[in-house]
Write a protein that binds this ligand. Structure first.
Ligand code: ZN
Length: 442
């Protein structure tokens, strides 16, 4: 049993017949000032005494005939229990009774410790008359009798986000509907392989040639795209712009011309070369330029780079303007501090080997245009190794990329429902234990 002393319950009033009982952070008080029970925000009561009726274990507020709680939850948001809606029941760790409102009869339901809602194949929740709660009784959302899920957005707790085929993760519910009928309900994302986890499925769907590359190349794509998959941004881009495939194209065509080409075509030779470089040297390396003693820093993250071009189209105009402002500042500084030698024959930033730490751009190529600048920064941000370097070299663009990942409502375009969709998906990824602090550790 959960120790109620460690949990902050709701505050307000519990009305039961003629009694109006004060509830203070979950503690239910008798009019005489004695504590007669504990109310959790998911509507379970623990250890009650008269006038609530003597009870040692847990029971739901529905079982106290006509009882209504009105007040606020631990977030300070309005809470009414049981509330107007009834929904399914599953995963309770105690035996309870469902009253059928039509016949007035009561059927004992014994589900033991089985059942409930399993989300993303790993997170277990109770469902109490439609209220979705964690094992320690935190209310996280609602479920209806037709299987629709609504989750509270951890970042905007007043907002319940409705899950749909784009945002909902694998779902298994076992229990009963609100009328007491036994019910098993399953949902699986489109074209997902159930034995593979979220990011692997998302990357397999994004990169269309996964079956036609070798193990080392696969590992490269997984390692360098997992971060964008787990943050929900890969899904957003695939839905909006399309996936990626191998072909024979010249690098960066869509970015250079700013023509929205949708799907990314990666040059096969460049891709194969990049995978080798990445294996040997990691994400960043310095290569000698034709103009001695200058070197150019390269990023070996071509898939994330091309993805960056697609991502740019998903941002608001104001955000694209901000990126351009940062780029123009960097270009100005670069021209002043690291002017290109006349015989350079490139538009990349060239530096002398001892200037490695003082370079203006995370890579030489990022100097060429604002679009390549953005794509190179998106690429650098994809894995921890180069993300940390980007933070050192350009904290302003690093902060903007943090916003893209963690505060998309500020930067993602509202067109085609993109912003609402990414917020719903990220809510879901947080509930499913995917979008956590851990995504920044790799
Ligand atoms: Zn490019």
């Amino acid at each position: 049993m959960v120790e109620s002393s460690k949990i902050k319950g709701p505050s307000g009033f519990l009305q039961l017949g003629a009694h109006l009982l004060v509830v203070d952070y979950g503690k239910v008080y008798h009019q005489d000032g004695s504590q007669i029970g504990f109310l959790f925000e998911d509507g379970l009561l623990e250890g009650t005494a008269e006038p609530l009726g003597k009870w040692d274990g847990l029971k739901s507020i529905e079982e106290l005939n006509g009882a209504i709680f009105r007040g606020i939850d631990s977030y300070g948001l309005q809470l009414e229990l049981p509330g107007p809606d009834r929904g399914p029941i599953g995963g309770l760790m105690y035996n309870f009774t469902i009253s059928d409102p039509q016949s007035g009869s009561s059927n004992p339901a014994d589900m033991g410790s089985t059942g409930g809602l399993r989300y993303n194949s790993k997170k277990d929740f109770f469902v109490l008359f439609g209220r979705i709660a964690t094992p320690d009784h935190k209310l996280v959302g609602r479920m209806t009798d037709d299987g629709t899920l609504y989750f509270r957005d951890e970042r905007f707790p007043e907002t319940l986000r409705k899950m749909d085929e784009n945002s909902q993760l694998s779902t298994l519910f076992q229990g009963t509907k609100s009328n007491g009928q036994a019910w098993r309900h399953e949902f699986q994302r489109q074209l997902y392989k159930p034995d593979k986890i979220y990011w692997e499925n998302e990357i397999n769907r994004y990169f269309e040639d996964m079956d036609r590359i070798n193990a080392q190349q696969k590992k490269y794509i997984y390692d360098t795209m997992k971060f964008y998959a787990d943050s929900g941004l890969l899904h957003m881009v695939r839905k909006s712009e399309g996936g990626a495939a191998l072909g024979n194209v010249r690098h960066g065509a869509s970015g250079v011309t700013q023509v929205r080409s949708g799907k990314v075509n990666l040059d096969r030779d460049e891709f194969e070369r990049e995978v080798q470089f990445f294996k040997k040297f990691g994400a960043l390396m310095a290569v000698p330029s034709q103009c001695k003693p200058y070197v150019e820093v390269r990023i070996n993250l071509v898939v994330a780079h091309e993805y960056g071009h697609q991502l740019e189209f998903c941002l608001t105009q104001a955000t694209q303007d901000r990126i351009n402002e940062i780029y123009q500042k960097r270009l100005h500084a670069c021209n002043r501090l690291h002017p290109l030698p006349e015989e350079a024959g490139t538009v990349s930033e060239l530096i002398q080997p001892h200037q490695f730490e003082e370079r203006i751009f995370v890579s030489g190529y990022a100097r060429s245009t604002v679009h390549e600048f953005w794509a190179e920064c998106v690429a650098a941000f994809a894995i921890k190794e180069s993300r940390d370097v980007l933070k050192q070299i350009d904290s302003e663009i690093y902060d903007l990329l943090m916003e893209v990942v963690l505060k998309p409502e500020r930067v993602v375009s509202t067109l085609e429902g993109k912003r609402e969709n990414i917020l719903a998906l990220q809510t879901s990824l947080r509930v499913g234990g995917i979008l956590t602090e851990d995504v920044f550790r790799e």
